[in-house]
Design a protein around this ligand. Structure first.
Ligand code: GDP
Length: 326
C-alpha cells in the first residue's frame, strides 16, 4: 500500500486529494497546523481514514517528525496562505508560509531521504498567479513569470526552489502550475464561492445585494476534483517535471456573476450587484488562460467539468446548504 503525506489537508484541494488517494488504496497522512484548528473536525468527518500529524510549514522539525511518523512514498505540498487579496496585508506571513515553507519541506524531504534523494516523490502546488502581468497568451510552462502580489511572488520562489532541488539533488520533485480551480468546498473569500453563496442567498430571500470588486478580470476556472487527479498523475511519471493544468477557457468575473444568477432564474442580475473599491486590489492579474497541452500529452489529463457546469454545481450546493440551515 503506497503512503502519502499531504500539507494543506484542511483546504479544498487537500480534501479532494485525500479522497482520491484513499479510493486508490493509499495510506493517507496529513499535516495539520495549530492548537484546536477549527477545520480538524471537518477533516475527521469527511476523510476519517486520514491520519493527522501536528506540524507547520514554518517549523522544519515538525515536518521532519511528520515524515518520520508517516514514512511516505509521496509528499504533496498544498499548504499555503492562499488568498491573494490578503497577501498584501500580510506579506511577511505569506512569504514565511507560501515561500519559505516550501524550502522547509523540500529540505525536510531531502534529509529524510538520506542517500536516495528520489526515494520520496514531491509535488509542489504552483499557481497561475505566478504569470501575473501575463507575458504570453495562453500561458504555458515556459512563459516568463511576472507575479503581481506577495502571494504570486511567494509561489514563484517555491516553484523555482522545487526545480532547484530536482536539478541540484536529483529529487523527484514536480510542480503543477494550476490555474484557478473551484468547487462547493472553495473558501468563501474566493470570488466563485462568494458569488455562488450570495446568489443562493438572494434567490432564497436571505440577502439583498452582492458587493463586488473588479468585474473585468478574466480567469480560467476548472473543477478542483479534476485538478487533484493531475497532481497524482505527475508523481506517477518516471521523471519529475512541471505542468500547466488549466481548461483553456477564460471568462470574466461579470460572466461568472451573470451565469450564476441565470442558473437560479434571475436575468436582471445588475439590480442586485454593487461595486465597491474596497474589493479592488493594488495590482490586478487581468487575464489568465492556460495551455495544458503538455499535461494532456504526457499525463493523459483532461478537465471533465466546464465553466457553466461548475457554476451550476456551486450554486446548487449553496442553495441546498442554505435550505438545510448549514
Ligand atoms: P485569484 O485569482 O487567486 O485572485 O482568485 P479570486 O477568486 O480571489 O479572484 C479572482 C478575480 O476576481 C480577481 O481578479 C479579483 O480582483 C476578482 N474579484 C472581483 N470582485 C471580487 C470579490 O469580491 N472577491 C474576490 N475574491 N475577488 C474578486
Amino acid at each position: 500500500m503506497p503512503t502519502a503525506l499531504i500539507t494543506g489537508i484542511t483546504g479544498q484541494d487537500g480534501l479532494y486529494l485525500a479522497e482520491l488517494l484513499l479510493a486508490k488504496g493509499y495510506d493517507v497522512h496529513g499535516v495539520i497546523r495549530g492548537q484546536n484548528n477549527p477545520r480538524r473536525e471537518l477533516v475527521e468527518r469527511l476523510v476519517p481514514d486520514v491520519r493527522l500529524h501536528n506540524g507547520d510549514l514554518t517549523d522544519l522539525s515538525s515536518l521532519m517528525r511528520a515524515l518520520r511518523e508517516s514514512q511516505p512514498d509521496e509528499v504533496y505540498n498544498l499548504g499555503a496562505v492562499s488568498f491573494v487579496a490578503y497577501s498584501w496585508e500580510n506579506a511577511f506571513v505569506t512569504s514565511d508560509v507560501t515561500a519559505i515553507g516550501v524550502l522547509n519541506l523540500l529540505e525536510a524531504v531531502r534529509l529524510h531521504c538520506g542517500d536516495d534523494p528520489s526515494s520520496v516523490r514531491f509535488y509542489q502546488a504552483s499557481s497561475s498567479e505566478m504569470f501575473g502581468k501575463v507575458q504570453e497568451t495562453p500561458q504555458r510552462e515556459s512563459t516568463l513569470l511576472w507575479p503581481r502580489s506577495p502571494y504570486g511572488v511567494s509561489k514563484v520562489y517555491g516553484h523555482y526552489m522545487t526545480i532547484n532541488y530536482r536539478e541540484s539533488y536529483g529529487m523527484h520533485a514536480s510542480s503543477g502550475i494550476l490555474f484557478n480551480h473551484e468547487s462547493p468546498r472553495r473558501g468563501e473569500e474566493f470570488v466563485t464561492r462568494k458569488v455562488s453563496k450570495a446568489v443562493a442567498a438572494i434567490k432564497l430571500g436571505m440577502q439583498d445585494e452582492l458587493v463586488m470588486g473588479n468585474l473585468d478580470a478574466r480567469r480560467d476556472w476548472g473543477f478542483a476534483g479534476d485538478y487533484v487527479d493531475a497532481m497524482w498523475r505527475m508523481l506517477q511519471q518516471p521523471e519529475a517535471d512541471d505542468y500547466v493544468i488549466a481548461t483553456g477557457e477564460t471568462h470574466t468575473i461579470e460572466e461568472l456573476v451573470r451565469v450564476a444568477f441565470a442558473h437560479v432564474g434571475i436575468d436582471d442580475w445588475k439590480r442586485y450587484v454593487r461595486q465597491d473599491p474596497a474589493f479592488m486590489r493594488p495590482a490586478e492579474v487581468d487575464e489568465l488562460i492556460g495551455d495544458a497541452s503538455k499535461a494532456r500529452e504526457v499525463l493523459g489529463w483532461e478537465p471533465t467539468v466546464r465553466f457553466e457546469e461548475l457554476v451550476a454545481m456551486m450554486v446548487d450546493a449553496d442553495v441546498a446548504a442554505l435550505k438545510a440551515g448549514w
